[in-house]
Design a protein around this ligand. Sequence first.
Ligand SMILES: *[C@@H]1O[C@H](CO)[C@@H](O)[C@H](O)[C@H]1NC(C)=O
Ligand SMILES: *[C@@H]1O[C@H](CO)[C@@H](O)[C@H](O)[C@H]1NC(C)=O
Ligand SMILES: *[C@@H]1O[C@H](CO)[C@@H](O)[C@H](O)[C@H]1NC(C)=O
Length: 355
Amino acid sequence: MPSSSIVHAAVFAVGAIVGGGLVTAVGASRNRQFNVPSTSQSSTPVVDVKVGPSGETRVTPTGAAGVVTSITPLPAVLKYGNPGPIADQLIRTAYVAGYDRRLRHPAWTAEHLTLAKLGKSLLDPPSSASETGDRSNSTFTEDESIPAMFRAKLKDYFRSGYDRGHMVPAADAKVSQAAMNETFLLSNIAPQVGDGFNRHYWAYLEDWCRRLTGSFSDVYVFTVPLYLPKQDPDGKWRVTHEVIGTPPNVAVPTHFAKVVLAARPSSPSTPTIPEISTGAFVLPNAVIKDETPLESFVVPVEAVERAAGLTLFSDEVKNGSKHICQTTKCEVLIRRFDDARKRPEMRRAISAPAK
Ligand SMILES: *[C@@H]1O[C@H](CO)[C@@H](O)[C@H](O)[C@H]1NC(C)=O
Ligand SMILES: *[C@@H]1O[C@H](CO)[C@@H](O)[C@H](O)[C@H]1NC(C)=O
Ligand SMILES: *[C@@H]1O[C@H](CO)[C@@H](O)[C@H](O)[C@H]1NC(C)=O
């Protein structure tokens, strides 16, 4: 897809909501647990409402001696089943993610990158690997914390023709082997075109995000799989996407977004007042030529929010920030040497799955 039509698709998505919306990502991130107001003087919760593994609601008294002082009854229509709220908010060492049970891949992932957290590995390779994660010591793993029915499986990706694409890159989790292992959970993975995308342009963009820590003290990165509508010859807009697995299980996003917020002191005399830069990039899940300018993928942050059904930044942040391409160079480094590290994964993807 030429980049101009990507931007068009994204801009369309901005307008689409007004006309009824073609948003497919679910992604709402609500807490799995909330407190029902109590009439007792104690401010501790008296009742926990938890959404169980298959979406059912469990109400457990937690007050003193297990005495339930007040329970808001479930609406009667939900007597035999309560579908929500659903949210698998996954809190990991190097990232936080929201999982989409319907699409079987993350709805979004969030990371906070700093030079210290990346362990300088980005500027000069670590002399000793002992204290950092090594991707060759991690293997892709099904996430047992997701109910089996909604879980992405290794066999879904097997011979699918797609790479198991990290949403939070392994290289962002070098702080420890355990942290890196968490990036290999299939709840952090979505199907990505391998050659020309996951192993190339997308990897360059991940690298660009890491290199932002050279000029900004704090870098926040959201990665968001997207399903953008395309106009058919009959003039109607439709979302079509593949689903991999037998039976079909994991949805293949049409696009992926990276949304970054980078902060640094606004000036040496005002170290506590940050200068905030934001930017959003939407890339098609397709082969992208190395020489394509990164700026050709720029979209308004709001375009990603509308397409994903997610609020990433407050209006204040959106209004009060500069565009990242004004405060730093939006230019990827072509790094074909990454191939060597990404290829072993591909070999594993086509060998027999562990499960
Ligand atoms: C990776 O595994 C190899 C062999 O099992 C081991 O020698 C090496 O120390 C491990 N590296 C890390 C970073 O754990
Ligand atoms: C990381 O994953 C590998 C392979 O699954 C496993 O052998 C290793 O023990 C894990 N390391 C940590 C620190 O969890
Ligand atoms: C953001 O800016 C727009 C116009 O520039 C303004 O209408 C809006 O009130 C602002 N919102 C906030 C939260 O500052």
